[in-house]
Design a protein around this ligand. Structure first.
Ligand SMILES: [Zn+2]
Length: 168
């Protein structure tokens, strides 16, 4: 089955070659394509019928929210990002052979959680799932993201957010 590429803004910006007519995206990403050349490429692809802009019903957006709610990525995804992931999920549910093209780390992590194939243009794609934790600068104690204070309750040092590798 031919691969349906779901293209993130970074696919255009980082020069993903648009050769087939099986490229999909959502209208919201146009706001993220600001430089002239990338924009030209985007417009050309639409004009040449190589890029299809799809509408994504809410139910698919809701499913994305549910899937990534636990990962800590949910707050870091923009609406266009979320919609793009929802589009990939929608095509996947329709039985398409989907591959998302994105160099966005947060998008890749979310796709990994949802078991949707992806590939980067620049990056090779990540192999692990990461989650956010709060870590004490002093004693290195790890707190969950819902730990409400900026200081460590054990040693009083400052706390910073860190990506922690988690087992799948
Ligand atoms: Zn501490």
């Amino acid at each position: 089955m031919e691969v349906c590429y779901v293209l993130d803004a970074s696919a255009f910006i980082n020069g993903f070659p648009i050769n087939t007519s099986n490229n999909f995206t959502v209208s919201e990403i146009t706001a993220e394509i600001k430089d002239f050349n990338s924009r030209l490429k985007f417009d050309m692809a639409i004009e040449e019928n190589k890029l299809i802009i799809e509408d994504v019903p809410c139910e698919y957006m809701d499913h994305v929210d549910e899937c990534i709610a636990q990962s800590g990525d949910v707050l870091r995804l923009s609406i266009p990002d979320k919609k793009l992931i929802a589009l990939a999920y929608m095509l996947f549910k329709k039985g398409k052979n989907v591959k998302v093209i994105s160099d966005d780390y947060t998008i890749q992590n979310s796709l990994k959680i949802m078991n949707i194939p992806f590939s980067g243009v620049v990056t090779e794609g990540i192999n692990e799932i990461y989650n956010w934790k709060k870590v004490c600068q002093g004693c290195k104690h790890e707190f969950d993201m819902d730990y409400p204070y900026d200081d460590c309750e054990i040693c009083g040092s400052k706390i910073f957010k860190k990506r922690i590798k988690v087992k799948r």
